[in-house]
Write a protein that binds this ligand. Structure first.
Ligand code: CTP
Length: 402
């Protein structure tokens, strides 16, 4: 999860251990990382660029220009686009060059242009590893902020046994994953999000529903996930694709949504209820399709349980509860009233008076109000950007427990 979408440049040097990089690339690609491979000239003698380009799904770069097209490989662009650069296997020679800024190939030019975290996984024979010159180069790299993925002890290509074996691909993968996880501020936090409309059945073929697309709630769930939270998304019927790495609980009616939200509420640190829940539901659901008869026809409705208010009444101080208010008039007043009545920490107000806000659009314009009644007004934005604004408020207030 942590590595999904990350641009990872792997710089492969000339070592017998280069074959292990094929497995590492497979693990990274499987985790949805974007992998770009750069090889030193010597590395191509140990594993073919064709193997690594096939596995990484990207061309492998060796030189400053592509031999077939003459196209320049822009080392600065490659380095600046990378989220992480991993030099693996890092030979004694390349480590020495890194420590001293020697730039005699594309790999080194990329390294020297990097602004992102740089990892290096050494691989060499045990005496080369122990040599004071190698150790002093490695110490220098530490000073530059480069991160070592330590070699393992074991049988070496020379037949000797000792320290210097390239860390196993799985180890390197977990090292990168853990590093990436540590940076996510909501790691270890559970979040519960509701989204979409509810459908209240009238008979087997008809229902009372609304125009909610679910886009706002899905964008919030996605953003919380990207910040590291373990997200459960209770979703009414929508046409949206099931998001990756989010637990989606599909529901239809307000009663089902209540049940699902109550189930996940206790363990959630962050609760965002953005669903457009039906306020009323038919008292009786006809078991057969209702036939057309009289000119006028009415359906008796009863109130649904207010999910947000139910959760608000049980809220613990370590939980952050955020609701939505869709208003057409007296917006601020109504929203503040809902915030107090439902015991929320924040309420996100949409006004139907604002163009591009509310249901079934890709944009939204919100005002976020806190418990002291202070409001922050945001301009019209994409729902993804509105989700980021909501999450930045969550980050400022997230309780450190749970
Ligand atoms: N909500 C809920 N359960 C309901 C109705 C609403 O959890 N049965 C939640 C929504 O998910 C939203 C908030 O309450 O976060 C406000 O919804 P809204 O429809 O604006 O307000 P209501 O409380 O239904 O009040 P009114 O219809 O009077 O505006």
């Amino acid at each position: 999860m942590a590595l999904a979408g990350k641009n990872i440049v792997i710089a492969v040097c000339g070592s017998i251990a280069a074959y292990k990089i094929a497995t590492l690339i497979r693990l990274l690609v499987k985790a949805d990382a974007q992998v770009k491979v750069i090889m030193s000239e010597d590395a191509t003698a140990f594993i073919t660029p064709l193997t690594l380009s096939t596995l990484s799904k990207n061309p492998v770069l060796v030189d400053y220009y592509q031999p077939d097209t003459g196209e320049w490989n822009n080392h600065v662009e490659i380095a600046l686009n990378a989220d992480y650069i991993l030099v693996a296997p890092a030979t004694a020679n390349t480590i020495a060059k890194m420590a001293n800024g020697l730039c005699d190939n594309l790999l080194m030019a990329v390294y020297l242009s990097a602004k992102c975290p740089v990892f290096f996984a050494p691989a060499m024979d045990l005496d080369m590893w122990k040599h004071p010159s190698t150790q002093s180069n490695i110490a220098k790299l530490g000073v530059y902020g480069n991160i070592i993925i330590p070699p393992e002890k074991g049988e070496l290509a020379s037949g000797l046994v000792g320290e210097g074996r390239l860390a196993e691909p799985e180890e390197i993968f977990h090292f990168l994953e853990n590093y990436s996880n540590q940076k996510l501020p909501l790691l270890g936090k559970k979040a519960l999000v509701s989204a979409g409309p509810t459908y209240e059945a009238i008979d087997p073929v008809r229902f009372i529903g609304n125009h909610s697309s679910g886009k706002m709630g899905y964008a919030i769930a996605q953003q919380l996930k990207e910040l590291g939270a373990d997200v459960t998304l209770v979703s009414g019927p929508t046409a949206l694709l099931k998001p990756d790495q989010i637990t989606v609980v599909p529901v239809t009616s307000a009663a089902e949504m209540l049940q699902a939200c109550e189930k996940y509420f206790d363990h959630a640190a962050i609760i965002v209820m953005s669903a457009a829940v039906a306020d009323y539901t038919p008292i009786e659901v006809a078991s057969q399709k209702i036939k057309k008869k009289e000119d006028e026809f009415s359906i008796a409705l009863k109130k649904t349980t207010d999910i947000l208010a139910t959760l608000g009444s049980k809220k613990k101080k370590e939980q952050l509860l955020i609701g939505f208010a869709l208003e057409t008039n007296n917006e601020l007043e109504n929203a503040k009233d809902k915030l107090v009545r439902k015991n929320l920490d924040f309420i996100v107000l949409n006004s139907m008076q604002d163009q591009g806000a509310g249901f079934a659009t890709d944009t939204n314009k919100v005002t976020i109000i806190n418990r002291s009644g202070e409001s922050s007004v945001f301009p019209l934005k994409s729902k993804e950007d509105v989700a980021k604004d909501i999450c930045s408020i969550i980050l400022q207030h997230i309780p450190s427990t749970i």
